[in-house]
Design a protein around this ligand. Structure first.
Ligand code: HEM
Length: 149
């Protein structure tokens, strides 16, 4: 697939992933914490999850396809030897961290949060971490057009 088309899909998905998390952090999370009402977060997550997960899958797919077009194939990952490979490897590590947070939220926090608002601080930590990682991944991506890290 054409690199420009991959980049357009990557950017739309980055907008959805990062924008969706920022909306949760600034638009819904403060109210949920103030009212100690976890349903505000649970309702948003339910609606956002299908579109959010689809955009994350497409981010990874298009990101890896673009990395290959830059000559950064799997044989070079995690060597931290060349500027663009450094960006790709760092993004892959952050992606792994995002997946760990998502699994922890899904299997450890969310089941209890449904009935117990005392889990709100732990959920807040997960949300803030994933949002911050998303913003860092966006900033890292912007380095590629300047030659990498
Ligand atoms: C939350 C996940 C991610 C976000 C928010 C994100 C965001 C971005 C953004 C904003 C750009 C800037 C494009 C530009 O300057 O025009 C970019 C570029 C790029 N990203 Fe990602 N990205 C994510 C995940 C990934 C992953 C998992 C990979 C693959 C390992 C990847 C590989 C790339 C590459 C190779 C570019 C350079 C494209 C180019 O300028 O030609 N990204 N990303």
């Amino acid at each position: 697939m054409n690199h420009h088309l991959l980049l357009i899909i990557h950017l739309i998905c980055a907008s959805i992933w990062v924008g969706g998390h920022l909306l949760l952090v600034f638009g819904h999370l403060p109210k949920a914490l103030k009212e100690k009402n976890q349903n505000i977060i649970l309702d948003y997550e339910r609606k956002y999850e299908p579109v959010g997960m689809t955009s994350l899958v497409l981010l990874v797919t298009t990101g890896i396809m673009m990395a290959y077009k830059y000559g950064v194939s799997i044989d070079y990952w995690f060597q931290f030897a060349t500027p663009i490979e450094k960006v790709v490897s760092t993004k892959l590590l952050l992606l792994f961290l995002t997946v760990l947070f998502a699994l922890s939220a899904q299997f450890r926090v969310l089941p209890k949060l449904k009935t117990d608002s005392s889990k709100l601080p732990e959920m807040t930590f997960h949300i803030l971490s994933v949002t911050l990682i998303g913003v860092v991944m966006l900033i890292l991506g912007s380095f590629v057009r300047f030659g990498g890290l």
